[in-house]
Design a protein around this ligand. Structure first.
Ligand code: AMP
Ligand code: ZN
Ligand code: FE
Ligand code: FE
Length: 292
């Protein structure tokens, strides 16, 4: 079984439509993919249809940026009901925060001499509810201001650069509790990637586990071989799941090819069991995984 548990589509900042991601998953020989667009379930219906049609397993999910002691921590929420009132309200608040930030980013870029408008970024984002910096970057690439997303982040959009503006994000513990209450399973994405490494030590991961965290992403592009070995040992020790994924964004991120990192089938089965437990405890109609 080849399982990739973290991929993006045009429902956030990926460059392939959900159905195109599923088709590619079949072509590269994946058995299961989790669609984890930022802060939204907008891509689920198309992905679920495509998965049934292509014979690929589909786990509906999301990736949500949270904050912990001043650092950004990305949380993967698998099989959480996006209609659960508390979770839905928090997602709406995050999307609102992205809306407010967009005006700030565009204003700051214009002040710095970049010819860009909010309307151009909205057009670039298409039907993605979560408008993000990658959409701003793509507009800048289209105008020849930068060569690619990496250059846009390094020169303009990253922390401390002229187009950087903060947006609202949920405290990590609170988001984990909301996901579990919505019948889902929470896993920290790329815990030792840039940004979150300094706050995610053993004691903090143990505390988050006690708040309902189920796992950590171990096999990810941002982790060295040493990191992966240390994180796998930590997960085992703390009773957390260890997952793996490509964090595929289509043409939006290089070296993140679909299926380039995978989740062990035994870990995936544990994840589904936990989702069933959390669903039963929450009493929520948890969205079913499409199993091939
Ligand atoms: P945002 O959620 O709008 O603050 O943008 C952050 C997202 O941009 C991350 O979740 C990544 O998907 C993407 N990202 C961050 N850094 C880069 C980079 N250097 N190149 C391309 N995409 C990036
Ligand atoms: Zn992304
Ligand atoms: Fe991430
Ligand atoms: Fe991601």
């Amino acid at each position: 079984m080849r399982i990739d548990l973290h991929v993006h589509s045009t429902a956030s900042d990926g460059t392939l439509r959900p159905a195109e991601v599923i088709r590619l998953a079949r072509e590269v020989g994946l058995d299961v993919v989790a669609l984890t667009d930022h802060d939204s379930a907008a891509g689920w219906p198309e992905a679920i249809d495509a998965a049934a049609h292509e014979g690929v397993g589909l786990v509906p999910g999301m990736e949500v940026s949270t904050k912990l002691r001043g650092a950004g921590v990305h949380v993967l929420a698998y099989l959480a009901d996006p209609g659960e009132p508390g979770f839905a309200a928090e997602l709406a608040r995050i999307i609102d925060g992205r809306e407010g930030r967009l005006g700030a980013i565009v204003g700051q870029l214009r002040d710095a001499g970049v010819d860009i408008t909010e309307a151009e970024v909205r057009a670039q984002a298409g039907d993605a509810p979560a408008i993000g910096r990658p959409h701003v970057a793509d507009v800048m690439v289209g105008k020849g201001v930068v060569a690619d997303r990496d250059e846009a982040f390094a020169g303009w959009l990253g922390y401390g650069r002229p187009g950087f503006a903060v947006r609202y994000s949920t405290p990590t513990e609170e988001l984990i509790r909301l996901v579990v209450r919505a019948g889902g399973v929470a896993v920290i994405a790329h815990p030792w990637g840039r940004g979150s490494r300094r706050v995610l030590d053993r004691a903090t991961l143990a505390a988050l586990r006690d708040q309902g965290l189920s796992g950590i992403e171990v096999d990810h592009h941002d982790h060295s071989a040493d990191d992966r070995a240390a994180l796998a040992a930590l997960a085992d020790d703390l009773g957390l799941l260890a997952t793996g994924s490509s964090d595929f964004h289509g043409a939006g991120k290089v070296d993140h090819d679909l299926g380039s990192n995978l989740t062990d089938p035994a870990q995936f089965r544990r994840l589904l069991d936990l989702a069933a437990d959390h669903a039963a405890a929450s009493g929520r109609p948890v969205p079913a995984a499409v199993l091939a």
